[in-house]
Design a protein around this ligand. Structure first.
Ligand SMILES: *Cc1c(COP(=O)(O)O)cnc(C)c1O
Length: 393
């Protein structure tokens, strides 16, 4: 075949294979296992929002290319949401950009803001698209590892400070954090903000789980801290908040110059996407607080159900304060290799999970960690727990 004398996949992407989510979801389908791997809910979001999408489709709204930055209704609703919840003011015309999910916003932000050779700091274990997008942008990723401490994962601020060099361009934050469930608190974010200002760094912050915080924890957007609005791109998504992950509606907010830069990259990725769904999500963003309270309460119950079940089954369980994932450790089973454990799990008990080891640069750091998603129907979680108890160490 032509062109085979050198590897087909370019050097920037050489280290990346199929995402772990595709691999494990295929394994779940093949073995008929309960899929607690990939993080998507097994029920649809609010009926009235689905109806809003049907209405948009029927009325032909969004059937043709929507405006590049997103439909005005959605941009206005995003700006209103940021104002109402966090007191953050963004101009819907120049400071809000609608994207094909948070995934595209992350890609566009990194492609726009990172110069080859720039260092990008990301919290490890990291969401898998971060590493690939930093690589596609020609950047160098510099992981700062969240470490287990008293039953949860915490950020070591000294480690973060030590990771900044003269080549650091930006800090890629994720709070609430996937996969650990860590929610950075105001004091931690204040320290990160100070560091960003001191070293003149940009911040790109992935806040797709902003509404999924438990135990009364507060989600604090770093963009709202002193001096941070001007250097922060905040990324949100409808997928996790409204349980419509297939609609792929996300957004970026920030000062005009930053959003313009992100838009420049975004317009050559998808240009636009999700036309009719944009109108429906504009309505979703205006749902009353009771919707978010209900979502949170439901997920907190499911977290507790799965967490207790995993503990009873013999796992070491780290308590998540946010997201819909629980990270566990398999050391109590006398096992060390999460990848091998997850590959064998369908056979052993008919459940699929994700090895966190793939979210680390240092293969030893997360070697024995396994992630379970709890955004599933209660009956399914009950059944999964019953099956997992067969593992008894
Ligand atoms: C799910 C997820 C995304 C992707 O969001 P989409 O809107 O589906 O593209 C981004 N970041 C994190 C941390 C996620 O868990």
């Amino acid at each position: 075949m032509a062109g085979m004398t050198r590897p087909l996949l370019n050097r920037r992407l050489a280290e990346f294979g199929t995402t772990i989510f595709a691999e494990m979801s295929a394994l779940a389908a093949r073995t008929g296992s309960i899929n607690l791997g990939q993080g998507f809910p097994d029920t649809d979001g609010p009926e009235e929002i689905r109806e809003a999408a049907v209405r948009a489709l029927r009325e032909g709204r969004g059937s043709q290319y929507p405006p590049g930055p997103g439909v005005p209704e959605l941009r206005a609703a995003v700006a209103e949401h940021q104002q109402r919840r966090y007191g953050l003011a963004y101009d819907p015309d120049s400071e809000v950009l609608v994207t094909a999910g948070a995934t595209e916003a992350i890609a566009a932000a990194l492609l726009a803001l990172v110069e080859p050779g720039d260092e990008v700091i990301a919290l490890e274990p990291y969401y898998d698209s971060y590493a690939a997008c930093i690589a596609m942008a020609g950047g160098t990723r510099v992981p700062v590892t969240l470490r287990p401490h008293e039953g949860a994962f915490v950020l070591d601020l000294d480690e973060l400070r030590a990771a900044v060099t003269d080549r650091t361009r930006l800090i890629l934050l994720n709070t609430p954090h996937n996969p650990t469930g860590t929610v950075l608190d105001r004091a931690e974010l204040t320290a990160i903000a100070e560091l960003a200002r001191e070293r003149d760094l940009l911040v790109v912050t992935d806040e797709v789980y902003e509404h999924l915080v438990f135990d009364g924890a507060e989600h604090v957007p770093i963009a709202g801290l002193p001096g941070m609005r001007e250097r922060t791109v905040t990324i949100g998504s409808a997928g996790k908040t409204y349980s419509f992950t297939g609609w792929k509606v996300g957004w970026a907010t920030g000062p005009r110059e930053l959003v313009t830069a992100v838009r420049t990259a975004k317009q050559y990725l998808t240009y636009v996407s999700s036309g009719p769904f944009q109108y429906a999500i504009a309505e979703a963003l205006r749902l009353p607080d009771t919707y978010y309270d209900g979502l949170r309460a439901d997920l907190q119950r499911k977290r507790d159900l799965l967490g207790d079940g995993l503990r009873a089954a013999g796992f070491e369980v780290y308590r998540p304060q946010g997201t819909y994932f629980i990270t566990t450790d398999i050391t109590p089973f006398g096992e060390k290799d999460a990848y091998a454990f997850c590959r064998a799990l369908p056979e052993r008990c008919g459940v699929v999970a994700i090895p966190n080891s793939v979210f680390y640069d240092d293969p030893d750091a997360g070697r024995s960690q396994v992630r379970f998603a709890f955004c599933k129907r209660k009956e399914l979680l009950d059944e999964a727990v019953a099956r997992l108890k067969r593992l008894a160490p």
